[in-house]
Design a protein around this ligand. Sequence first.
Ligand code: TEU
Ligand code: CA
Length: 556
Amino acid sequence: MERKWWHDSVVYQIYPRSFNDSNGDGIGDLVGIIEKLDYLKELGIDVIWLSPVYDSPNDDNGYDIRDYEAIMSEFGTMADFDRLLDQAHERGIKIVMDLVINHSSDEHAWFAESRKSKDNPYRDYYIWRSANEDGTLPNNWGSIFSGPAWELDEATNEYYLHLFSKKQPDLNWENEKLRQEVYQMITRWLDRGIDGFRMDVINLISKTPGLPDATVPPGALYGDGGQHYINGPRIHEFLKEMNDASFGNYDVLTVGEMPGATTDDAILYTDPERKEVNMVFTFEHMDLDSGPGGKWDVKPFDLQKLKENFTKWQVALHEKGWNSLYWNNHDQPRVVSRFGNDTTYRVESAKMLATLLHLLKGTPYIYQGEEIGMTNVAFESIEDYEDIEIRNMWKERTEQGASPAELLRAVHVKGRDNARTPIQWDATEHAGFTTGTPWLKVNPNYPTINVEQALEDPDSIFYYYKQLIALRHQHDVIVYGEYALILEEETDIYAYTRTYENETWYIYCSFSQEEVTVPLSHDTSDPVIGNYSESPAGSKEELVLRPYEAIVYRTT
Ligand code: TEU
Ligand code: CA
């Protein structure tokens, strides 16, 4: 496998709105990020992925872009951006931008033109259809943010497609002119010196021609349009074309966010020979605790399913392609609350989960606050939530007669705002995030869980992440070693090996609150890293793992 700089890199995702506010308006900003670059340098990460910082009316916090080549005024100016890029580069940190090109904002100049008339030169930049003869919507697809995927625009009495909110009309990738404009925009950012792109729902850009109706899942209000837009008919052609015309000519990182991509799809997307993208974000492990009713249909976490899923991805992409590794992002609940234990064993389980993920093969992504073990939040009132996905879901389901108490419970477990509460920098008011009023309330646990505390405590989650990142930089076995699942039948343990040349690493991770004894087949005199300060008990044949223990051995 040809070595690439992003093979042994660790990425840190910043959601700028919630990261650090430098001017007291309650909203994180670019200067706020610059102020914390030394903190990230201390952690040891290689790359920052910036969630969107482009001009936006913020219907979906920047995932609705009004101008791809201007900076959101709340976040600062283009000069601030260039300074951030320089200051990061000076510290050896690269910057990857979010690229949201499945849709734009309805306030984008293209859409303003497009909606004016049916013969406007920009009409075909978006997906317009008239109602069916019987007056029904062009098709039965639902929006991912509730309601139908079509919105009537009165100026021309036609509907436009929006897979997300009404303020996020889908771009028409069938239009060659639109595609070329997008590629030129991408190239201008690359020429500005950025180091790559995280590509928002990029496998949704090609829709089945004719936009046929989709099957309606039992109990659902709308058809599951995903059948006609996930990994659609021209997706590989478009990605290859984009790669040729833009980022393929630069030594940058590209990661496609790809709901519904299987390992077979991922091999096609990430095989370097095919020149599409470097890696994808799969959703499969994020969907393991959801039932057939979707993300709000909360199911208990099943470790055996996680083991099966990670193993499938590790094995499938070993020879060809590349994995990305993540527990968290701005759309997902906090992992320590989700798969760990955020009460009695918060520190242990956060470190255990970090060990499990960071010793796998692929490029790890850390989401802001994960490195100090930030947890989910449970606001008492729906009014305290800002996320459009939560708000739209709430409106639709309460109108359908769902129980508000049950919905609120689901929001507490799965809502995206769990990840978006401001970063807890210290124990002062509003967690040191802002001197004003934060745009979203801080998690009330900030007096105990915060960066200042973590930096003072040598045993903190922060310093554990720092060690894991450093290990990846030092050991090829982590970067390139072959993966194998071991102790498959142990339902509370995730254990695996990594082997490279003559070296094998053994990774043991316990998800149990009790002690668990597992059989041993190797020497334990040389532990690499673990989340308890004393070595575990046991013998030559057995290892006794304490609650949420993670321990790593190596043999050569
Ligand atoms: O997310 C895509 C996506 O599929 C999510 O909306 C996901 O379905 C949802 O969060 C699960 O609850 C990307 C961005 O990461 C997200 O923040 C945006 O809202 C979305 O695209 C639209 O741009
Ligand atoms: Ca601010």
